[in-house]
Design a protein. Sequence first.
Length: 188
Amino acid sequence: MPPDATDTKRRILGAARAEFAQFGLAGARVDRIAETGRVNKRSIYVHFGPKRQLFDFVVSAALAEMADEVPFTAKDLPSYAGALFDYLTARPEVLRLTSWAGLEREDASPSEVQAYEPKVRELSKSFDGAAVDVLALLLGQITAWQFASPGLRAHASEGPWSDDRLQRHRALLIVSVEALVSAARART
């Protein structure tokens, strides 16, 4: 009977997630993934194929995990925005992974495209013709603090990542999403 590869795959994926989040696809090294995951390089290729395929799998898994942890609620976008902001603040590597994917690949993977499909479909019921725009603006608002330049974040007197700052930003985010929803409904 062959050995169970579950633990090996888990270690590879954990190491790959950290490596890709820090260095992206181009900068990541399979040698470091193998060393961190306590596996040999061959087992990475056997279980996940080439580095690009492993990267796509890691990004897809991060998106699926996020969707499970933060269910999309088209009927209550402000609450969804707050919950997703909290999730991404607690797990910055997820945003880093998707950012690297956007920077390093011309096209989205099929799983990334599929991840947005139910959200767009649900939003289309309320924002006919503007669902993609609403979702893009919503996600932009949710990630605005994380993507703000370090120079701007340096002006946060109590520190950009303090609990007080994050709670104030979250409260403004909710109000901003409420305004987005109201404006989008008025235009559709």
